[in-house]
Design a protein around this ligand. Structure first.
Ligand SMILES: [Cu+2]
Length: 281
């Protein structure tokens, strides 16, 4: 029955066999032999039966960053300042749910200046670093407290799972858009104490807004492809540790004043200090 096995692998012969069955006849060994010899055997030489080519798995994107053991790393630290005339700040009128969100207007949050001129909420990133300390899982939190996003700005490592909370006893609808255009999450959160995990799998700047009518709510999550990032506190300072020796481009990003960049060299076991100065546009 070798010929039968071979023949049944051929789709054209399966059609033949089905045709025979439609005519109400059992396929006899004689007929199979005939099919093997005539209908299927037009080849002059025996060829191994073809089997379906296995479908190759989709290519795995080469990771842009490699985690290694950093044994002789240095550090990059410094401060982000604002020089020039302090811009006019726009308060944010509360137009809904003032019993929880607050009465009147909330202070501006898009430009926070510390006592020494340090700028808060600036994300500092080593641009394009390809290898360094390992990416350890983190669990960043985004809370909604009295109708504000807390923290207002944060940087997270790609692949982290963000815990999105609602600490208010009212409905928020947190809408995150990557680069201001692509919806990454759009979550109705009606319950106080509610928490929703959301893994962040695309790098870029996610802008947060509330689609439940709290138009003054705004925030940012900067998703970075490697672990060398941080966000300045109220004194505008930053520090990045365990940096492999080498030359790097360091970027500072602020939601209102944009991006500044500069080159820095890191020597083994030493600290390189830099500063960024935003100026009045
Ligand atoms: Cu809201």
């Amino acid at each position: 029955m070798h010929g039968e096995t071979k023949c049944l692998r051929e789709s054209s012969c399966l059609r033949c066999l089905r045709g025979e069955r439609r005519r109400g006849r059992l396929v006899t060994p004689f007929l199979l032999l005939l099919l093997t010899g005539a209908g299927c055997g037009s080849r002059k030489t025996e060829e191994p039966a073809k089997t379906a080519e296995p479908v190759p798995p989709p290519p795995i994107a080469k990771p842009s960053y490699e985690g290694i053991n950093v044994t002789n790393g240095g550090a990059i630290s410094g401060v982000v300042r604002f020089t020039g005339t302090k811009p006019k700040l726009q308060p944010r009128p509360v137009t809904k749910n003032s019993e929880i969100c607050g009465h009147g207007a909330k202070p501006a949050v898009d430009f926070l200046l510390g006592p020494d001129g340090g700028v808060q909420n600036v994300v500092v990133i080593i641009e394009g670093i390809k290898s360094g300390k390992k990416m350890t899982p983190s669990t960043p939190v985004l809370d909604q407290i009295k109708c504000d996003y807390v923290p207002h700005v944060q940087s997270v490592t790609l692949g982290s799972t963000l815990e999105i909370r609602n600490s208010d006893d009212l409905l928020h609808n947190v809408h995150g858009k990557l680069d201001g255009r692509i919806t990454i999450f759009n979550l109705a959160m009606p319950l106080k104490g509610q928490s929703i995990p959301k893994q962040l799998t695309k790098p870029g700047v996610i802008h947060l807004q509330c689609d439940a009518g709290h138009t003054w709510m705004s925030g940012y999550i900067v998703v970075v492809e490697h672990p060398y990032h941080t966000t300045t506190g109220n004194r505008g300072t930053f520090a990045l540790a365990d940096v492999p020796p080498g030359s790097y481009r360091v970027k500072a990003w602020h939601e209102r004043f944009g991006t500044l960049e500069q080159e820095v060299s890191v020597a083994p076991g030493s600290e390189s200090r830099i500063s960024f100065d935003y100026q009045t546009p």
